[in-house]
Design a protein around this ligand. Structure first.
Ligand code: AMP
Length: 330
């Protein structure tokens, strides 16, 4: 989308060029959003908040719908947060589809999404933001103990960027309720711990993963996939379905479940290669973790589990997970 990182930082002009559908307030300045929010408070109206990076799909819209069921108003933020991208990642090319995002929100019906804040990078990071963590200046939020494993191995500074931007947005939006997707399960754990530890006065809700009909978890990054890669990507949900079925059938030994998942991926690879196609999937991890502290379960599952995996399909990194015997209600 953008040729380089500097251009991506200046996408404010792009935000200003959209046609705003009737019924939705779109704010580019934090102060303007705050005035709107203050009036809701004076009118004793509750606010639910959905943080996003845009390129909205049914997964995001399900969060908005859930929020509207509990709150008088729903606000979203659309912000591709530089702090959660490493220098070698896809900040510049991340899909930016603001017009379609606003149209999809409008199509949910009148008075579902009330407001969208699309802030500038410069306003969100007044001290500036470098992708190289060693060069960064200013205030950042870290959640120790839940950020280094799973996603944190390949993306060591990712959750620091997420926790920082969510803190900033919660200070700006000041919602009564905030909504996240189970699709990013580790993110949910990190944010939940952050809200508890920092005494942030908001109620968090985790909503189920929305999938395509064939099982692929919806993701803004799915748009990067070629039609062939899209079929290869099905190995994520297939592997998780196999693990879940085995668990339901009584298998509790985590390494057995993990090797079954790897078998599914290898079998899919063989099928694809038989068709003469290049297999484009590289497994990053498949893990079984404790729902209490995200520690790795290396033996028997005794008290529920999170089963998750990450793969590269070509250059696109995809993640997915299921939980078994875990309640995600806050
Ligand atoms: P993102 O725009 O990718 O940062 O995602 C914004 C929010 O939408 C996060 O809370 C995600 O977990 C959630 N989300 C993304 N994909 C899905 C999905 N397929 N189902 C449910 N929630 C999702």
């Amino acid at each position: 989308m953008f040729a380089n990182y500097q251009e991506a930082l200046n996408d404010y002009a792009y935000a200003l060029s959209v046609k705003i559908p009737p019924g939705i307030r779109v704010f580019n300045k934090i102060a303007d959003f705050r005035s709107w929010r203050r009036q809701l408070l004076l009118d004793r109206q509750t606010l639910g908040y959905v943080p996003t990076m845009g390129a909205l799909h049914q997964g995001h819209l399900a969060l908005v719908t859930a929020a509207k069921q509990q709150c008088d108003h729903v606000a979203l933020t659309i912000f591709v947060n530089p702090a959660q991208f490493a220098p070698n990642e896809d900040l510049a090319s991340y899909p930016r589809t603001l017009q379609s995002d606003l149209d999809q929100l409008a199509a949910l019906g009148p008075h579902v999404a009330s407001a969208v804040l699309v802030p500038q990078v410069q306003e969100m990071y007044p001290t500036g933001i470098e992708l190289d963590v060693s060069k960064q200046k200013g205030a950042f939020v870290e959640v120790k103990g839940l950020s280094h494993q799973l996603e944190g191995i390949t993306r060591p500074h990712f959750f620091r960027g997420v926790a920082t931007v969510v803190t900033k947005f919660l200070n700006i939006v000041q919602p009564e309720h905030v909504y996240f997707g189970q699709k990013d399960i580790q993110q949910c754990f990190v944010i939940r711990r952050m809200l508890q530890d920092l005494h942030v006065p908001v109620q968090m809700h985790i909503c189920p993963t929305i999938r395509e009909e064939d099982g692929l978890a919806m993701s803004s990054r799915n748009t990067y996939l070629s039609p062939t890669q899209r079929t290869h990507a099905l190995c994520l949900s297939k592997a998780l379905q196999t693990m879940e079925k085995m668990y339901r059938d009584g298998v509790r030994h985590a390494p057995t479940l993990i090797s079954a998942a790897k078998d599914v991926i290898e079998t899919t690879q063989r099928q694809v290669e038989t068709l003469g196609q290049d297999w484009q999937v590289k497994l990053d991890y498949v893990n079984v973790n404790s729902p209490h502290d995200l520690s790795e379960i290396r033996d028997e599952i005794t008290d529920g589990a999170i089963m998750s995996l990450a793969v590269f399909v070509g250059k696109t990194r995809l993640i997915d997970n299921i939980v078994v015997d875990v309640s995600l209600d806050s």
